[in-house]
Design a binder for this molecule. Structure first.
Ligand SMILES: NC(=O)C1=CN([C@@H]2O[C@H](COP(=O)(O)OP(=O)(O)OC[C@H]3O[C@@H](n4cnc5c(N)ncnc54)[C@H](OP(=O)(O)O)[C@@H]3O)[C@@H](O)[C@H]2O)C=CC1
Ligand SMILES: CC(=O)N[C@@H](CCC(=O)OP(=O)(O)O)C(=O)O
Length: 316
């Protein structure tokens, strides 16, 4: 008998991708819901309570509702929405954080990190832990993302024939300029910072792939630590990780005629970290697929840990 799995939100962007992954895992029995019943609480409740594991691939309000619909103690929840990420009774599904794997293996309620937050936390947390980045450093960062990060509604807008013909969406667009992006609380909490960073997300006219950049200056780091030292520290921290790789320092080889190729990790669960710049002022840039390590791939990595499978199962 396999594990029963239900994807609530199976027709959405994250849900479809998770569905593709789990279809390849023979130990799982996938429960499905009829398309016209997929928003009906009664039909969802039956499947949510029948399943051993559920993935919530829903907007925040619907995810909250699903959690309330689970009334048994058996069903484990992997939630891709942002509602419970900083709730202490939920485990944060970022296995690369020190000691996090043990918590994930035994989790019954798990939140998958936000896509922007993933690159940010993985870049910053090792520096805070090592006492190199003061927790009150005034961190700022920017992230360039493809439009699939905004789910079906953004995909619809960006692929709308009239909008495409009008050329309105050709250019990159900053958003959350009021410093109100919903990932800020999890970025602060899991990076170990005293304050939320100043964060500028930028959406551009391509489907998927993301890069988070964090500029730093040695002058305000402890012991005036330089770019090369930061690179060494990150390399050591992620040395044995299957999905996070720190790329050679300041290498032109990874640039495409001087430009950064954002989409090179697409359709993988990889996250690559680069340090570019000068010794005294530099930036940490992480590259990944918003639908891979930024959402669905990360959800599967957590599933593997929760079920005692090899963490890389169906992700390589
Ligand atoms: N896309 C990404 O890169 C990432 C997404 N996430 C998060 O994952 C979650 C899902 O996002 P995403 O897949 O992009 O969003 P989508 O909008 O693509 O998919 C959401 C799905 O949920 C369905 N849905 C909406 N309301 C209900 C309801 N009450 N009951 C059942 N189903 C419902 C929608 O149906 P319909 O379209 O018909 O309304 C849709 O199929 C969100 O919380 C998002 O923030 C997290 C990280 C990255
Ligand atoms: C392009 C785009 O709009 N991206 C989304 C982030 C996607 C994500 O990580 O989703 P959560 O909603 O689960 O946090 C945004 O910036 O709000």
């Amino acid at each position: 008998m396999g594990y029963k799995v239900f994807v609530d939100g199976q027709e959405g962007t994250t849900g479809l991708k998770i569905f593709d992954y789990i279809s390849k895992i023979p130990e799982l029995d996938i429960l499905t819901i009829e398309s016209d019943k997929r928003k009906e609480p009664a039909a969802r409740s039956r499947l949510l309570n029948e399943a051993d594991i559920v993935f919530l691939c829903l907007p925040d309000a619907a995810a909250k509702e699903s959690v309330e619909l689970v009334t048994n103690t058996k069903t484990k929840i992997i939630n891709t929405s942002s509602v419970f990420r900083t709730d202490p009774s939920w485990v944060f599904g970022l296995p690369e954080l020190k000691n996090q794997r043990d918590a994930i293996r035994t989790a019954t309620r798990l939140s998958v990190p936000g896509c922007h937050a993933t690159g940010f936390i993985l870049s910053v947390r090792p520096l805070v832990d090592a006492g190199v980045l003061p927790s009150d450093y005034p961190v700022s960062c920017y992230s360039v993302t493809g439009y699939s990060g905004g789910g079906r509604s953004k995909i619809r807008v960006y692929e709308d024939a009239e909008a495409v013909a009008a050329g309105k969406l050709d250019v990159p667009r900053h958003y959350a300029l009021q410093q109100n992006h919903k990932h800020l609380p999890e970025m602060k909490m899991y990076a170990g910072l005293a304050y939320e960073p100043i964060f500028t997300p930028i959406i551009a006219n391509y489907a998927q792939g993301q890069a988070m950049s964090i500029p730093l200056t040695s002058r305000y780091l402890h012991k005036n630590v330089t770019a090369q030292h930061v690179h060494e520290l990150l390399s050591a921290y992620y040395d044995s990780e299957p999905f996070v790789r720190v790329m050679p320092y300041n290498s032109e080889v990874f640039l495409d005629d001087g430009y950064f190729p954002i989409t090179a990790c697409n359709n993988t669960n990889k996250l690559e970290i680069f340090v570019f710049g000068r010794e005294d002022r530099f930036q940490i840039v992480s590259r990944y697929d918003n639908l891979g390590k930024g959402a669905s791939g990360a959800a599967i990595q957590n599933l593997n840990l929760m079920l005692g499978f090899d963490e890389r199962n169906c992700l390589e």
